[in-house]
Design a protein around this ligand. Structure first.
Ligand code: A2P
Length: 270
């Protein structure tokens, strides 16, 4: 079996493909932030980003969150009481602006992130939809395995891209650390011993093997390499089931500070 990630791609519903593993980052310039969701801001914003990156196009352009904030250059606009200033946008109109970016050749594929089923359905049932989202980037790992959203997305040919596939850095500023640490799980560690891999490699392989793209984050060169060494083994069907049974339906990344936003995506079951 090929040991590199370069041959491991998943086809997308628009004819392009995506590598099953990518480098996770803490800031992604190719995504559409919550303060730029007004349709008229999308195209010029992307043009500015491409200029900054000195690129002619990006492979994938995604709406980072379905919740809109006050439009402008302040990424986290707050009022004088420190409360986030929300905004209302028509997500379908924003989606049409992304479609225009694809038609203009500024992006190869367009997708979304943190959309729940209802929000995906809103786009999928939009009259005159030109392109479906190719992907939905969401938290996904054995403790939050997303079986229902995964099934829904597979039915609609939408690839799930798993952020925080290793269970996050457990930074208490944005992670619910009352939850158990994923990589300390005893089953995952015993499977690591069985397959001569680490718990991290087991959880990444688990997602890849069920068709989920992973974007693990690491600042450490050895761990970055380790995270890509997941193509020289295969988890048995029985062990895949055992890992699936670890699902606790607990989100590490709840973004509760925005839970009063009308489009906060995580109130729904999935
Ligand atoms: P580090 O940067 O020191 O490697 P996630 O991708 O789920 O958000 O997880 C990111 C966290 O996981 C970071 O704290 C990162 O720390 C750590 N991490 C990344 N790769 C591994 C690995 N192979 N084993 C253990 N921890 C890892």
């Amino acid at each position: 079996m090929d040991l590199s990630s370069s041959f491991h791609h998943i086809p997308l519903n628009d004819g392009n493909s995506i590598p099953v593993i990518g480098l996770g980052t803490y800031s992604e310039p190719y995504l559409l932030w919550v303060t730029h969701l007004l349709p008229k801001m999308v195209y010029p914003g992307l043009e500015r980003t491409l200029k900054t990156l000195q690129l002619d196009y990006v492979d994938l352009f995604i709406i980072e969150m379905p919740i809109a904030f006050k439009p402008g250059d302040d990424p986290y606009p707050k009022d004088e009481n420190g409360k986030y200033i929300y905004h209302s946008v028509d997500l379908c109109a924003t989606w049409e602006a992304l479609e225009a970016c694809k038609d203009a050749g500024l992006v190869k594929s367009i997708g979304v992130s943190n959309f729940n089923r209802r929000q995906l359905e809103l786009i999928l049932s939009k009259p005159g939809l030109k392109y479906k989202p190719v992907s939905n980037q969401v938290e996904c790992h054995p403790y939050f395995a997303q079986p229902k959203l995964l099934k829904f997305c597979q039915q609609h040919d939408i690839v799930i891209v798993a952020y925080s596939p290793l269970g996050t850095s457990r930074n208490p500023l944005w992670v619910n650390v009352a939850t158990p640490a994923l990589l300390e799980d005893s089953l995952l560690n015993s499977l690591g011993k069985k397959y001569n891999k680490t718990a991290a490699q087991i959880v990444l392989r688990f997602n890849v093997q069920r068709g989920v793209v992973v974007i693990p984050k690491s600042f450490n060169p050895e761990r970055i390499q380790e995270n890509f060494q997941i193509f020289d083994f295969c988890i048995s069907e029985e062990d895949m089931k055992a890992i699936e049974a670890l699902n606790k339906n607990i989100r590490f990344v709840e973004l509760l500070m925005w839970s009063d936003h009308p489009e906060y995506p995580f109130h729904d079951e999935y």
